[in-house]
Design a protein around this ligand. Structure first.
Ligand code: NAI
Length: 706
């Protein structure tokens, strides 16, 4: 039973006990229900206190039961709430730590609530594309007012208990208890029991009045705001509807009608692709940190000092991540000027944050104080983790890793930030390949969430476990990738880029392609992205490909662009034109003409290509390569690929990542679209050969993410 029962001073204390956050799983719900029954039946018990063991009252639904029959097995949360609603003895919920989601809905069905100071109170369901489905939208407005409740429900963010307790007229918390919460709650329960000894009715949140002046105008305003702020998410709008319904039903004393309305809205949201995608992303993030053959209790190595080689674009950003986490970093360069430049950039970044009010000046100083620089490898002797971010050339990497092998202490982790080179070859430059791993950060490294952890053939399990833990410390989403050209993210984006080129040859302009995929939800289309990252990078990769894989077809348009010196924003011109010092992409007649000329040389009559086709061709390029990556074991699960795209490539969150999106479209449909594209003489039939895994799953009616 995940709830305990004891009687203290005539008060039954029911304590939720389901670590880590007292999720309301089956056994916990059963425990509460049994406790309430027992307390009501015991003449020696005057009142009930409901509280939580450990660091929380309750974080809500037990995510470990999500989707299983246990999640809804009776007594379900609604039944437990009804039990409390109907209780004939006073019930006091004593909350601390976290009271969220179903946990808050449970507490709202008690007659009174008392809270420890600093308790985080939230209804976060909206973050999973849902709404509170156990009375939260109906009860919370009754105790904190319509506006506060709506804000909390629509945003899902936690609010501190003392802030809520200070709201005028609030009925959420009867008091804030300093000191021993349960003792305070038991004393309060006894007071309440005495006050109700004459049989006066117990206050129920559902019976409280609820009204809002100009309700119609207010909710209209709320709907407009929500539509503007979250245009692609249906849940926030439904939250507004439910709170509006609560107000409307309150006027007619029809609480149960409001509850039913909320329940139906919840059930409808549960079926939306947006909620499925958000829930998928939620679980994918948790799953990403689990590596199938690395047990969770693998002891991590201690990381208290970090070395970074190279103070360029990436080295600087990587360094900041550690300084932000309070970990000292020593940066090594070959020349003092490079060090000075790197440190100046870091300082400038912090100063900008201070100016914007995002960072306190003393915090900025503390972080800078953790930074030291050197020209000598001797100063990295005691580093626990050394991350290399020097030029992307095997020869330079070799020199660095041979040197590191000489000087690093035994057990130090040697990481490379390489984005294209073979981590196994790099590891082989050392006599300790087990300690070598790829840590592929994304630019700007102090901002981007994604960290691809590249697992070499020899990388030790505890090295992986350590790097995953380090990622958490520096607030990155780490995804493990095997060694291959481009790892997970860039290997897939290359196919997407190839396809974008074919679209130009067939009749699109860069602007049309970007607009279509941005409307789909990508943060940036492939051509604006190319201009931002620098088109010369792709050019260099293609030149290598032309030699390595002469049969692989690429559109020549990107090469022609680079031959014109149009490398992107940094040269003031790329696929688009840019006004001096501006980042706004302006469609370029010169580029459109270059593409048209090339098209004519190929003898292709341009055709009008629909946005749908553009999106499908681009996204299914990712999907097909993703399937190969999965099949080869480069990624251990489809959800890892989704995480890479959600956190590193601006894939729309409400579509859940490319593999999740393919599942939503249906793999049968994906394969059929690919067959259609393969038949297009101007596309590339080889390109559209479905990966064996995709073909197999489509034939079986399966999906990437089970
Ligand atoms: P960068 O050119 O801005 O910086 C490289 C720095 O390394 C320079 O400051 C240079 O002085 C220093 N350096 C070169 N050889 C050195 C040596 N032997 N010892 C010490 N320092 C040395 O280059 P960036 O963009 O920072 O790239 C670094 C690495 O990160 C490359 O492997 C690159 O592929 C990878 N990377 C780059 C990304 C990007 O978007 N720029 C994204 C992800 C990875």
């Amino acid at each position: 039973m995940s709830a305990s029962y004891e009687v203290r001073n005539g008060v039954a204390v029911i304590t939720l006990n389901n670590p880590p956050v007292n999720g309301l799983g089956y056994a916990t719900r059963r425990g509460i229900a049994d406790g309430v029954d027992r307390a009501l039946a015991d003449p020696a018990v005057r009142a009930i206190v409901l509280t939580g063991a450990g660091r929380a009252f309750s974080g809500g639904a037990d995510i470990r039961e999500f989707g299983s029959p246990k999640a809804i097995a009776e007594p379900n949360l609604l039944s437990v709430i009804k039990l409390l609603d109907d209780a004939t003895k006073p019930v006091v919920a004593a909350v601390h730590g976290t009271v969220m989601g179903g946990g808050l809905e449970l507490a709202l069905s008690a007659h009174y609530r008392v809270a420890a100071p600093g308790t985080n109170v939230a209804l976060p369901e909206v973050k999973l594309g849902l709404l509170p489905g156990a009375g939260g939208t109906q009860r919370l407005p009754r105790v904190v007012g319509v506006e506060t409740a709506l804000n909390m429900i629509v945003k899902g963010d936690p609010v501190k208990s003392e802030l809520l307790a200070a709201l005028p007229g609030q009925k959420l918390f009867a008091k804030i208890v300093d000191g021993d919460l349960v003792a305070g709650a038991v004393a309060f329960a006894n007071e309440v029991a005495a006050a109700h000894a004459g049989g006066q009715p117990l206050p129920r949140v559902r019976d409280l009045p609820l009204a809002h002046p100009n309700a119609d105008a207010y909710f209209q305003f709320a709907r407009n705001t929500v539509r503007a702020m979250a245009p692609n998410f249906p849940a926030p709008l439904r939250c507004v509807d439910c709170v509006a319904k609560a107000v409307e039903c309150a006027g007619r004393k029809a609480f149960d009608e409001g509850l039913r309305y909320e329940r139906e809205a919840f059930a409808a949201l549960m079926l939306t692709p947006e909620s499925k995608a958000l829930r998928h992303a939620f679980f994918a993030e948790r799953a990403a940190s689990k590596i199938p053959d690395v047990p969770e209790d693998t002891p991590a190595r201690k990381i208290t000092k970090v070395g970074v080689i190279g103070a360029g674009t990436m080295g600087g950003g990587i360094t900041m991540n550690f300084l932000n986490a309070g970990i000292p970093v020593t940066v090594l360069e070959t020349k003092q000027e490079a060090l000075d430049r790197g440190v100046a950039t870091i300082r400038k970044n912090y100063e900008a944050q201070v100016k914007k009010g995002k960072l306190k000046a003393d915090k900025s100083a503390q972080r800078m104080a953790l930074l030291s620089t050197t020209l000598s490898y001797d100063d990295l002797k005691d580093a626990d983790l050394i991350i290399e971010a020097v030029f992307e050339e095997m020869g330079v990497k070799e020199a660095v890793f041979r040197k590191l092998d000489e000087i690093a202490r035994p057990g130090a982790i040697l990481a490379s930030n390489t984005s294209t080179l073979d981590v196994d070859r790099i590891a082989a430059f050392t006599k300790r390949p087990q300690d070598v791993v790829g840590m592929h950060f994304f630019s700007p490294a102090n901002v981007m969430k994604l960290l691809e952890v590249v697992r070499g053939k020899a990388t030790a399990k505890d090295v992986l476990a350590t790097v995953m833990a380090v990622a958490k410390l520096i607030r990155k989403t780490a995804v493990v990738s095997g060694v291959c050209d481009g790892f997970i993210g860039n290997r897939m984006i290359e196919q997407y880029g190839r396809q974008a080129g074919f679209l130009l040859e067939e009749g699109c302009t860069p602007e049309q392609v970007d607009r279509a995929i941005e409307k789909f939800g990508f943060a940036m289309g492939p051509f604006r992205m190319g201009d931002l990252a620098g088109n010369d990078i792709g050019w260099a990769i293609r030149k290598r490909r032309y030699v390595e894989k002469p049969n692989l077809r690429y559109s020549r348009t990107a090469d022609l662009l680079c031959e014109m010196g149009r490398f992107g924003q940094k040269t003031g011109a790329g696929w688009y034109d840019y006004a001096p010092g501006q980042r706004k992409a302006i469609p370029s007649p010169v580029v459109v003409e270059m593409i048209a000329k090339h098209r004519a040389e190929l003898g292709i009559a341009p055709r009008r290509i629909s946005d749908d086709e553009i999106v499908q061709r681009l996204v299914f390029s990712l999907v097909n390569e993703g399937a190969k990556i999965l099949e080869e074991g480069i990624a251990s699960k489809a959800s890892d690929i989704d995480m890479v795209y959600l956190t590193g490539y601006g894939f729309p969150l409400w579509r859940g990542g490319p593999m999740c999106y393919a599942d939503t479209v249906g793999l049968f449909n994906v394969v059929h679209a690919m067959k259609r594209f393969a038949a297009n003489p101007h596309d590339d039939a080889d390109f559209w050969q479905p990966a064996p895994l995709l073909a197999k799953l489509a034939a079986e009616g399966g999906s990437f993410n089970p």
